[in-house]
Each structure stands twice: as structure tokens, then as C-alpha cells.
Ligand binder design. Structure first.
Ligand code: MG
Length: 391
């Protein structure tokens, strides 16, 4: 029997060059609050957690998480590691329940579940390496020839710059795009006008034979979104993402049941039970869990099965291998998000600097290698001097 011998967590803190914050580049949940400082602080995270699990036969599985890495590290080190040492990684469902049930009193959502996610992803990477198969083969295999991906950036910025950026994705062969709003309830009619101008500009470049998704990152509220929906319909968006805060599930339900624009969300929702609530209320038309928050690959597969029964497609939040392998192995995951590689800005691009092995898109598709065992990523040392690493 293979046994887990050690669990090593590290926090990567980016110390390299960073694009300075720009005003109104993306709405966020703090926008509605009067704040005395830079409220974009809540939308910038320059740290990442990695979790390496080694077995007694010397193989190492690699997992990661991006939420609150310093607290997640302590959670894994103090609470989860003792629960999985000397256990068989093939008992992944048992280990998941053990971690979940021992941390349930305080860990159900947020930091606790993020820590479980990082460990679970590392265990799945190990299972692939132990069986010499890519993870998607263990999850059911290839349900699509290649994975269509959408270019996800297009932050709010001066119109001409926005158009140039959109054109660059068209030139690279993308057929699906996601853009961000810059203004919300506090910005009044002038902000409404500016938001509409942003969408109009992108549609002008990408045309109407493409899919365009609109992202609010919880920076609106129910009233404002109801005001915006009819105005946005003419741009034929594929979805409107996270218009209100994640806890306002009845707000999501009300908006989605207006049947004007499909509402998407879920990157800040957790576990099978969280998604059951969203699905029962018909609160979202697309589910966007993030595997490194939702409970890892073990939880994601359960949510995939549930969503399939409701016929609600799942498009995991963010690129990253753990999401791609799940997308490849599930027919109900039709495509994936892709963050175009760029300078370090808000922080969700950091994984390109920490890991190597992510596939490059060609003409709007990525593919996964049949012959690379596990998830197919490794820690890179290319940018090591730009990080301070806490072990
Ligand atoms: Mg999002």
C-alpha cells in the first residue's frame, strides 16, 4: 500500500514588477462601501499557496490554492496534515470526508474548504502519477477533441485601449471573450453610460458571431442589476457574471428568473450543498466553481453530476490544470476560461509565474497531453528571484 509520507506547504509572495492599480478597472464587492483608502486593495492578491504531498515511494503530488494563502497554509499544516499522514492516497473520498467532518464546525466555506481543495488537488495529481495517467483519464476520459477556451481579461480602460486589446484576442483566434465593468450603483447615470460604452466598444470589435460574457465581480446590487439588464440585452451577452455578492442567492434567483440575460456565478460558492441551493432556486444558468476553492476535484465531480441532472452547464472559474482536466472529462463542461498571460496585475496571473506546464491556446482551443501523468504542472524556478517563499 502506498502511504502519504509528508505534506509541504509554501506561500509564494510576489516581489517582482507589478502593474500599478488603475481606477475603475473592475467593479468589486467593496465598491458599495464608503472606504477611506484604496478599495481596490480587496481585489489584489499577490500571494499563492502550493501544497506538495509525498508518498513513501517518493512520488510528489502538487496542489494549489489562491485564497488567503497564509491562513490556508496554517490550516493545512495544523489541522489537515495530521489527518492524512500515513494514509493511502487512493482512499481520496474517505480522506475528503475526514478532512471535511473534522473541520466542519469552522471550515465549511471559505478558508477551511480552500485548504481541503489544495490537499485534494495534490492527492489527485498523485493518483495520476501513481497510475501513470493524466488526471482526466481517471475522471472519465476525453469527452471532447480539444477544449474551447475564452479570453478572459478586458478590464475597464479607455475605449481605444479596450478595443485594441479585444482585437488582439480576435487576431489570436479566440471566439469567446469576457470583459469587466468599471462602474456600479454609486456612479449614477454617468456610470451606467460608461458601462454601456465599454460593452458597445467590445462588440464593435468582436462582432455578434462570437460569445461575449460580462463580469461584475459582485460589484453591483439587486436594484442596479435590474436596471442594467434591459439595457444590456441588445448586446446579446452569453451571461452576466456575479452581479451581486455570493451570499445573496435569492438575488441571483430573482435576476436569473427574469429570463433577460443568463446569470452565472459560483466562484465564491463552496461544496455540493452550496450548489444544491443555487440549483434548487434556479439561481444561475451557468455554474463557475473554482476547483481550488470548492473542495477540490473530489467535490467538483459531485457538483458536476448534480449540475448535469439539472442541465446547467459548468464552466470552472479560471484556467489552471485542475479545472481543465475536469472540463475535459465532463460533457456538461462545454468550455474553459483562459487568462491571457500578462504582467502581474491583480494576482490571478501569478500561477503562470509559479508553475510550468500550462497548455498554450491555439485558435481558441487548448489540449491536454495523453502521456503526461497527473495534472501536468510542476513548480518552476524561472521567476524564483521575484518571489519570497514562506515555508
Ligand atoms: Mg468571475
Amino acid at each position: 500500500m502506498t502511504k502519504i509520507k509528508s505534506v509541504k506547504t509554501k506561500v509564494y509572495q510576489w516581489k517582482g514588477k507589478t502593474v500599478p492599480p488603475q481606477s475603475n478597472f473592475c467593479t468589486n464587492a467593496s465598491d458599495l462601501l464608503y472606504e477611506k483608502g484604496d478599495n481596490m486593495g480587496s481585489f489584489r492578491f499577490h500571494e499563492w499557496l502550493t501544497c506538495e504531498i509525498e508518498t513513501d515511494d517518493g512520488l510528489v503530488g502538487l496542489g494549489n490554492a489562491a485564497l488567503a494563502p497564509q491562513v490556508v497554509k496554517k490550516t493545512i499544516d495544523h489541522y489537515l496534515t495530521p489527518l492524512i499522514l500515513n494514509e493511502d492516497p487512493f482512499d481520496y473520498a474517505y480522506l475528503w470526508e475526514k478532512m471535511y467532518r473534522r473541520t466542519l464546525a469552522w471550515g465549511r466555506k471559505g478558508v477551511g474548504m480552500t485548504a481541503i481543495s489544495a490537499v485534494d488537488i495534490a492527492i489527485w495529481d498523485l493518483l495520476g502519477k501513481l497510475t501513470n495517467k493524466p488526471v482526466f483519464k481517471l475522471l472519465g476520459g476525453r469527452t471532447k477533441e480539444k477544449i474551447p477556451v475564452y479570453a478572459s481579461k478586458l478590464y475597464s480602460q479607455p475605449i481605444e485601449d479596450l478595443k485594441k486589446e479585444a482585437q488582439s484576442y480576435v487576431d489570436q483566434g479566440f471566439k469567446m471573450f469576457k470583459m469587466r465593468f468599471g462602474w456600479g450603483p454609486k456612479d449614477g447615470p454617468d456610470g451606467v453610460k460608461k458601462n454601456l460604452e465599454l460593452v458597445e466598444a467590445v462588440r464593435e470589435v468582436v462582432g455578434y458571431d462570437t460569445d461575449l460574457m460580462l463580469e461584475c465581480y459582485m460589484g453591483w446590487n439587486l436594484e442596479y442589476t435590474k436596471h442594467m439588464l434591459p439595457k444590456l440585452m441588445k448586446f446579446q451577452p452569453k451571461w452576466l457574471e456575479e452581479p451581486v455578492i455570493a451570499d445573496d442567492i435569492h438575488g441571483y434567483a430573482e435576476l436569473n428568473n427574469m429570463n433577460m440575460i443568463p446569470i452565472s456565478g459560483g466562484e465564491h460558492e463552496f461544496s455540493l450543498f452550496g450548489f444544491r441551493q443555487l440549483l434548487d432556486l434556479k439561481a444561475v444558468s451557468y455554474i463557475q466553481y473554482d476547483t481550488n476553492r470548492v473542495g477540490g476535484i473530489t467535490a467538483a465531480q459531485k457538483i458536476n453530476a448534480l449540475a448535469e441532472a439539472y442541465q446547467v452547464p459548468v464552466i470552472p472559474h479560471a484556467g489552471q490544470m485542475h479545472n481543465y482536466h475536469l472540463t475535459m472529462a465532463n460533457l456538461n463542461c462545454p468550455f474553459s476560461e483562459f487568462f491571457p498571460v500578462h504582467d502581474v496585475e491583480i494576482g490571478n496571473e501569478l500561477f503562470y509565474y509559479i508553475f510550468e506546464g500550462d497548455p498554450e491556446p491555439k485558435n481558441g482551443f487548448i489540449d491536454l497531453d495523453e502521456n503526461t501523468p497527473g495534472l501536468g504542472i510542476n513548480l518552476s524556478n524561472k521567476y524564483e528571484k521575484d518571489f519570497q517563499i514562506i515555508e
